[in-house]
Design a protein around this ligand. Structure first.
Ligand code: HEM
Length: 228
């Protein structure tokens, strides 16, 4: 019992929590990407009205967002996501504080010569993503899901991404997310100890490819919408 209580107070426990919440957020990001790719499907892909009056990307995106709000299991998963994001941020702050304290006490000697710049700057990347997320949530989540002042989510997203500097904010946030993902996936595997050390290079390669694909697909959405 005492061990369980202390689990998330120890640095190993905190890293595990960071890994679990991070992996859950990645799961959300994949689904979120698939949903938002509907925004850029050309209308020629809808030769017939194939389902429930859905005859174009506009209808399909609004049907998808209606489903997100009105299907209760999705609402539960959304609440789990909010808890995961907040936990991930608090945990990151605690780990950073702990590391600073240990370095101050000269208990830990870190060799930076072999680590990548993004792995040394996870805090900065996380902060950029945090700022992006606040802007992003205020634009869409708050307007559509909380205040319910906007009912046509497709039009809201399209109108927002017609402003060039919003597109720039999205691109900066997405680039930061890409780098954060590469290192995050690698260290999640290390923290959870899922795979033997000898295949760590393969994990690094998979993390790199996955993050690159995610970042490219996310990044093309605001650009296509801007020129649409
Ligand atoms: C082109 C890129 C993106 C577009 C067009 C977009 C669009 C949207 C829209 C319309 C919503 C409100 C409706 C909903 O809940 O799905 C939303 C919610 C959200 N977005 Fe995005 N998003 C993009 C990228 C991102 C990225 C990169 C992140 C994370 C870093 C992110 C995180 C979130 C979160 C956490 C929510 C709240 C989800 C919920 O309430 O269930 N989005 N996004």
């Amino acid at each position: 019992m005492a061990v369980k209580k202390g689990l998330f107070k120890t640095s190993v426990g905190r890293k595990n929590l960071m890994a679990f919440t991070g992996l859950f957020i990645i799961f959300f990001l994949v689904i979120h990407l698939i949903g938002n790719l509907i925004l850029v499907i050309p209308n020629s892909f809808f030769p017939i009205e194939f389902w429930n009056n859905v005859a174009n990307g506009h209808d399909m995106y609004n049907a998808y967002s209606h489903f997100l709000v009105h299907f209760w299991p999705v609402t539960i998963v959304a609440y789990i996501l909010y808890v995961a994001i907040i936990t991930h941020i608090i945990d990151a702050l605690l780990i950073t504080l702990q590391n600073k304290k240990s370095q101050g006490e000269k208990y830990i000697v870190t060799d930076n010569s072999t680590s990548s710049w993004y792995s040394r700057n996870m805090g900065i990347l996380g902060t950029v993503i945090g700022v992006f997320l606040v802007i992003h949530m205020a634009q869409f989540w708050l307007q559509y899901k909380v205040l319910k002042v906007e009912h046509d989510l497709y039009e809201l997203v399209l109108a927002t991404l017609k402003t060039w500097w919003f597109v720039l904010v999205y691109e900066i946030g997405i680039i930061a997310l890409g780098f954060h993902l590469v290192h995050g996936i690698e260290s999640a595997h290390r923290s959870l100890g899922i795979y033997p050390k000898k295949i760590m290079n393969t994990i690094k390669y998979i993390a790199l490819c996955f993050s690159l694909v995610m970042a490219i697909l996310y990044a093309i959405i605001p650009i296509i919408l801007y020129f649409k």
